[in-house]
Design a protein around this ligand. Structure first.
Ligand code: NAD
Length: 365
């Protein structure tokens, strides 16, 4: 293989499809101040700011700065985008004749904005404050009657994403680390995605590299503006590839475990990533070389584990609240309707992977 991108199969070394996201990205410190100008460009004057309750004060400040162009703040976004929250928000949107949505927050608030945009086709301005990456994916996950479903539609993509690294300075260090590793997970799986292309692979490598550089700096000084800038830059790249290519075993395990045991999103990704990486590195070591390089290790999975330990990240599913009796049912569910994966999945090896993650043991590589 020449470059780890595609095998020569008589059709040339490169053989791929590429679709870029239509969303406009504005990146840089202070870019939140461009919101008012963006409303003018979109011809909107009745905006509604969405946030979680925890970020209501910051969202209020944004609404204040927008003056008459903003009708107020709807601060009821919660994890996993429950449909009943969306329905209640839709009532406000309709009765107040909202003409633009502004999602200010992490993946939960992005979810609410995307859910309303999907139903109304209203323009959406996304102002992310974590590294989750939802703002640049056409995927909307929603929960109804305890069931989580996901749909893919370009209607949920924002018209504009304002990436302002200053807004991430308030993200507590532990959440910065787990949210950053959540973003790295998108990049890792994009590197071996079945439908990867040269652009997605470049973006994934660069995103993983940027986050691997930034997170140790944040541990030293959590409001370091350059490290915040670098981390958000990496998060954008990793989020963008999450939106472009298919995810594999790692994301399947996280969706399964998160759904079955109501585990926290970013922390679950953080615990599983070294194990899923080590598992797949046995099959596609060349494709995962950028991950080892990023964390300065010969073995990407073990390297990620040791690096995460140095950052003080969680390593055990037990500590996140999973019961030990859940290991076998989780194995069964992870193997039912599996996502495509570069390495064949077998019950014993997946059970061993989940067990190692449960106890917080390092992956065998
Ligand atoms: P989150 O949005 O739930 O945020 C966690 C908490 O941190 C919230 O209370 C939030 O208000 C607070 N917070 C966020 N930014 C902050 C900041 N800068 N300062 C202080 N507090 C801040 O967590 P998340 O990890 O960003 O998102 C998780 C959700 O996003 C999950 O539901 C997940 O399924 C979804 N998600 C979806 C996609 C997609 O493509 N559809 C991608 C990634 C994540």
């Amino acid at each position: 293989m020449l470059s780890g991108i595609a095998k020569g199969d008589g059709m040339g070394v490169h053989h791929f499809e590429f679709t870029g996201s239509p969303a406009r990205i504005v990146f840089g410190r202070g870019s939140m101040s461009r919101t008012s100008e963006a409303l003018d460009t979109l011809n909107c004057s009745r905006a509604l700011v969405l946030s979680t309750d925890a970020q209501k004060d910051s969202a209020d400040n944004l609404a204040c700065a927008l003056g008459k162009k903003c009708l107020g703040v709807y601060a009821k976004a919660v994890m996993h985008t429950p449909v009943e929250v969306t329905v209640a928000a839709m009532e406000v949107v309709e009765t107040q004749r909202v003409d633009c949505l502004i999602s200010f927050g992490g993946g939960s608030t992005m979810g609410l904005g995307k859910a309303i945009a999907y139903r109304t086709d209203l323009p959406l301005i996304a102002i992310p404050t974590t590294y989750a990456g939802s703002e640049v994916t056409p995927v909307l996950g929603q929960t109804e009657n305890g069931q989580k479903t996901a749909l893919r539609s370009s209607r949920v993509l924002p018209e504009l994403v304002l990436y302002d690294p200053d807004l991430t300075a308030s993200l507590p260090l532990s959440m910065s680390v787990t949210s950053g590793i959540n973003a790295i997970a998108h990049g890792v799986e994009a590197l071996y995605a079945k439908d990867r292309n040269p652009i997605s692979s470049m973006m994934a490598s660069e995103g993983v590299r940027a986050l691997a550089e930034a997170l140790p700096e944040l541990v030293k000084r959590s409001n370091d503006p350059d490290a915040r800038d670098q981390a958000l830059y990496g998060a954008w790249l990793c989020g963008a590839v999450l939106g472009q290519v298919g995810m594999a075993l790692h994301h399947k395990l996280c969706h399964t475990l998160g759904g079955m045991f109501d585990l926290p999103h970013a922390e679950t990704h953080t615990v599983i990533l070294p194990h899923a990486t080590a598992f797949n590195a046995a099959e596609v070591p060349d494709l995962l070389r950028p991950v080892g390089d990023a964390v300065g290790a010969a073995h990407p999975g073990r390297g990620l584990y040791d690096w995460a330990v140095r950052l003080g990240a969680p390593t055990s599913l037990r500590d996140l609240g999973m019961p030990e009796t859940g290991i076998k049912p989780a194995t069964k569910q992870a193997l039912a309707n599996p996502y495509w994966n570069p390495r064949r999945l077998e019950r014993d090896s997946i059970e061993a992977l989940i067990r190692a993650a449960y106890y917080g043991n390092p992956p065998q590589e």
